[in-house]
Write a protein that binds this ligand. Structure first.
Ligand code: CP
Ligand code: NVA
Length: 308
């Protein structure tokens, strides 16, 4: 596979292999620093939207392994506006050894990958967020160990890009997934079909409910994300009326498994989808999860470069 566009493009074994490598690279980094696996390589990072974690963790992943990264802001590239996506892809392929792109439209990252000669990594589109999904799975495995098969993962809130990657990686790894969303904010139906096809092979159970309380029953993981994703800002007021019953607060957490962990991809809108006491409380793993972006992405880069 040349690119990393969706976790569902890979088999369960391949996903497990990425995660095993991420565990090893993380251990190596904290023990003696990473080997210069990416020496002589530069990652071009195309951003059409803001970012803290994706931008900094990819940049540091490259530097820790002896490579470099170049940030290309929305105003510089004007992807598909100043210049066609196909031309941007072919020009950049002569300058850098891989591309990471955060686009609004999923079709744009796919088109970039079609035209680029170098690997293209999806750094979040309106459809999915595969690098986040990898870091999420790494965090869940760290918390529950390798015998995590059969865990209950619950997502409550907006059925968005983060939900898609979490759902796909969960069923790939044999975890059960329950999604609790209000009507009109369901997960992309095509992504659900893909998840169902994977689940039928791995034995994972998938459920879609409206009631957030039902969604978190027996949950080992409660996951939420912003009610309003980047690009949906004009819907903020209506969303703020619809989503409050889906807030992850102490009451909702108390209805899950006693040892439940609470996850959020960040940035969090504190005291909207996630209350301060939960975000900063004993069940929360949100910062470990954010830090794992670094390690998961080193594994993705290493496999795409073919250097590990
Ligand atoms: N979780 C995540 O992708 O964060 P950023 O938008 O800050 O990159
Ligand atoms: N769903 C959010 C995730 C941000 C990392 C968004 O797309 O804005």
């Amino acid at each position: 596979m040349k690119d990393f566009i969706a976790v569902s493009d890979f088999s369960s074994d391949e996903i497990q292999d990425f995660l095993d490598l991420a565990v090893n690279l993380k251990k190596e980094y904290f023990k003696k620093g990473n080997k210069p696996l990416f020496k002589g390589k530069v990652l071009g990072m195309i951003f059409q939207k803001p970012s803290l974690r994706t931008r900094v963790s990819f940049d540091m992943a490259m530097r820790h392994c002896g490579g470099d990264a170049l940030y290309l802001s929305p105003s510089e590239i004007g992807l598909g506006k100043r210049e066609s996506i196909a031309d941007v892809a072919r020009v950049l392929s002569g300058y850098v050894q891989a591309l990471m792109a955060r686009t609004f439209d999923h079709a744009h990252v796919v088109e970039l990958a079609q035209w680029a000669d170098v690997p293209v990594i999806n750094g979040l589109s309106d459809y999915n967020h595969p690098c986040q999904g990898m870091a999420d799975a790494l965090t869940i495995i760290e918390k529950f160990g390798k015998k995590s098969k059969g865990l209950n993962i619950s997502y409550v809130g907006d059925g968005n890009n983060v939900t898609v990657s979490l759902m796909h990686i969960s069923v790939q790894l044999g975890w059960n997934m329950t999604v609790g969303t209000p009507e009109g904010y369901d997960v992309n139906p095509r992504a659900v079909e893909i998840a169902q096809a994977i689940a039928s092979k791995t034995g994972s159970k998938l459920a879609f409910v409206r009631d957030p309380h039902e969604a978190v029953r027996k949950a080992n993981v409660i996951y939420t994300d912003t009610w309003t994703s980047m690009g949906q800002e004009e819907e903020t007021a209506i969303r703020e009326k619809i989503f409050p019953p889906y807030q992850v607060n102490a009451k909702l957490v108390s209805e899950a498994d006693r040892d439940v962990i609470v996850m959020h991809c960040l940035p969090a809108h504190r005291n909207q989808e996630l209350t301060d006491d939960v975000a900063d409380g004993p069940h929360s793993v949100i910062f470990q999860q954010a830090h794992n972006r670094l390690h998961a992405q080193k594994a993705i880069l290493a496999r795409l470069f073919g250097v590990a």
